[in-house]
Write a protein that binds this ligand. Structure first.
Ligand SMILES: [Zn+2]
Length: 248
């Protein structure tokens, strides 16, 4: 990877400036910096509650019946769109997300940009799922990936609910962040007519991790110290129950 070199040599600024001027791309502005505090805890905790409820429901249904009929019922209620978007991913409550190296932290936490080029996942065409490097949330399916020749991985659709859009710090572009952890992904552009969906998610490779089709997708990490504590206590209590019964 040449990120560090390019950062030091201001290669990003040159590349973005040239390509953006040519109207070819709209990449991140490397001049925009922010602190890890930009990871919005309040929004994340909102997600946590929903995720916790979903996880509880899923656990309950799995406990009540591990047969396929409940799954069939669920499937029959799902629309074609939902089926297309659904990704089998468990939720895990943790105290912290995956640790990031300096290059990943620069992009994901400080909203930096990788230099454009054929590296990373730009040219990847394998079938599979792209997950968030920081929290493992499934973000994009390979079916949505297309060749835009902009130098970054491009997708014309996200997995339902996985990506949040917000106005970029520059005031005009639309920044995309992981809806679970708030990590910076890149920007989204519309009206370029690359694909029928007319949308281009321009995503930094280092913000993602590719899971080839057939390989298990790791659980989505949800940072909730209270929930993690309660889950641990619950597990401890459950494990100690048989011992107490034996004593009686
Ligand atoms: Zn994430």
């Amino acid at each position: 990877m040449k990120i560090g070199q390019s950062i030091r040599s201001h290669g990003i600024a040159v590349a973005c400036g040239v390509l953006a001027t040519a109207g070819l791309i709209g990449c991140d502005n490397p001049g925009v910096t922010s602190t890890p505090d930009d990871i919005e805890i309040s929004e994340t905790s909102g997600t946590v509650k929903v995720a916790a409820e979903k996880a509880d429901k899923k656990d309950a249904s799995e406990t009540d019946s591990d047969q396929a009929d409940s799954k069939d019922n669920k499937d029959s209620k799902m629309s074609e769109k939902e089926k297309e978007d659904s990704v089998d991913q468990k939720v895990k409550f943790v105290f912290d997300y995956n640790s990031l190296n300096a290059k990943a932290a620069y992009v994901i936490l400080r909203k930096g940009t990788e230099p454009p080029g054929p590296g990373g996942y730009t040219m990847t065409k394998d079938a599979g799922t792209y997950i968030c490097r920081q929290c493992n949330a499934a973000l994009y399916k390979s079916e949505a990936k297309f060749e835009s020749h902009c130098g970054w991985p491009s997708f014309d659709d996200e997995i339902d609910g996985a990506v949040k859009r917000q106005t970029d710090a520059d005031g005009y572009r639309v920044e995309i962040i992981c809806n679970n952890c708030g990590g910076h992904l890149g920007h989204v552009f519309e009206g370029e007519n690359f694909t029928e969906k007319n949308t281009r998610h321009c995503v930094n490779s280092i913000s993602m991790k590719f899971i080839p089709k057939g390989k298990p997708i790791p659980p989505k990490l949800v940072v909730d110290k209270q929930a993690a504590k309660e889950a641990n206590q619950k597990r401890t209590a459950t494990e100690s129950e048989p011992v107490q019964q034996d004593k009686d």
